[in-house]
Design a protein around this ligand. Structure first.
Ligand code: 5AD
Ligand code: FES
Length: 349
């Protein structure tokens, strides 16, 4: 597919759109099957050194009460994941690079492996770090890493991030490269429907994923947050429904472009449509990240407005998800890591 073809597909409506979504789901079933894999998400700290202009927990947002989930609580969530056969967890946090933070994550990784008989798979989503840190965390048990590029267009990147060394576009590219070199399964992604973002940008994002040869992807709609600088551009935004539909089209086209990768049904989809994640799972996505953050902290991890499941405990979340996923014709891959098939093919070649 060339860029023009991708742009055309991203814009489809009506019957053509139904055909695109159907083709994507068929490709998914053929290449990676109908299983949906759970990644229990623990948002273990909202303390962040960065100031991304779209993000509700950016350093500059003084309304946020900063927290760190205790080690014991984190392990408790991981134990829940393990006992409920989630098979993998994602540890996500604001971005810090102090030795204390790096050590803390390192210790947590080792402990999670210990309490789960070495069985729980661990994905990290803790931002840009040095190659040494990535290496150390890999040796301590992490095997996947999520770092969204947010936008592969450098100009747009700097419209949604402060223009300074701490938010350097090239550093982010380099971080993704390091993760690949070290041997992580690498996931990236973008927000869909950002102010100033064009169809051309989105098509380039998809081609960027292909070129980087990623293993996993997470893409969700951009949702404006009142306490962030980007909020002032909200008049430029598509409607929420349009952003939602476009995010699904992005997933579908990516499934056609990269048939054997893992694609997540982003939580942000559910902030627009209560059945948003299931809709993504029915048209090509195959991963879901049930929130296991202890409920007491969730209020303070609002990257965007209307974040769902703020007061639902893990057990409730699990029951309701299970029913909804089964209804959408998918099956849950309990007890399986559900690694990216693409990763193994990539390693072999
Ligand atoms: N809307 C949608 N997604 C957001 N993220 C951060 N802020 C927002 C927002 N306002 C996403 C970013 C980040 C991920 C953890 O959350 O893409 O990588
Ligand atoms: Fe960068 Fe939250 S401050 S994504």
């Amino acid at each position: 597919m060339n860029k023009q073809e991708i742009i055309q597909l991203l814009k489809v409506k009506g019957k053509e759109r139904t055909a695109l979504l159907k083709r994507s789901q068929e490709t998914r079933l053929k290449e990676v099957g109908n299983k949906v894999y759970f990644r229990g998400l623990v948002e273990f700290s909202n303390i962040c050194a960065k100031d991304c202009l779209y993000c509700g927990i950016r350093k500059g947002n003084e309304k946020v009460v900063r927290y760190e989930v205790t080690d014991e609580e984190i392990l408790e969530s991981c134990r829940f994941a393990w006992e409920n056969k989630f098979a993998s967890v994602v540890l996500q946090s604001g971005e810090l690079s102090s030795p204390a933070f790096v050590n803390r994550v390192d210790n947590l990784l080792k402990k999670i492996k210990q309490i789960s008989n070495n069985e729980l798979g661990i994905t990290l989503s803790c931002g840009e770090q040095s190659k040494e840190t990535y290496l150390r965390w890999k040796e301590s048990g992490a095997h996947r890493y999520l770092l969204r590029i947010e936008s592969s267009n450098k100009e747009l990147y700097y419209k949604i991030h402060p223009q300074n060394q701490q938010h350097n576009f090239e550093n982010r590219l380099e971080a993704l490269q390091s993760l690949k070199e070290i041997g992580y399964q690498v996931g990236t992604g973008v927000m869909v429907g950002l102010p100033f973002q064009t169809y051309d940008d989105l098509a380039n994002d998809l081609l960027f994923f292909k070129k980087l040869d990623i293993d996993m992807c997470g893409m969700g709609p951009y949702l404006e947050h009142e306490d962030t600088p980007l909020y002032k551009h909200r008049h430029l935004l598509k409607t929420k429904q349009e952003r939602f539909d476009l995010a699904l089209n992005m997933i579908a086209v990516l499934r056609l472009l990269m048939p054997d990768i893992n694609i997540a049904a982003a939580t942000a989809l559910q902030a627009i449509d209560p059945a948003g994640r299931e809709k993504a799972l029915a048209i090509g996505a195959n991963i879901i990240m049930p929130n296991l953050t202890p409920t007491a902290y969730r209020e303070e991890y609002q990257l965007y407005e209307n974040k769902p499941c703020l007061d639902e405990d893990a057990e409730l979340c699990r029951n309701c998800l299970e029913a909804r996923i089964n209804m959408s014709g998918n099956e849950i891959g309990y007890g399986e890591w559900g690694d990216s098939k693409h990763f193994y093919k990539r390693k072999k070649s």
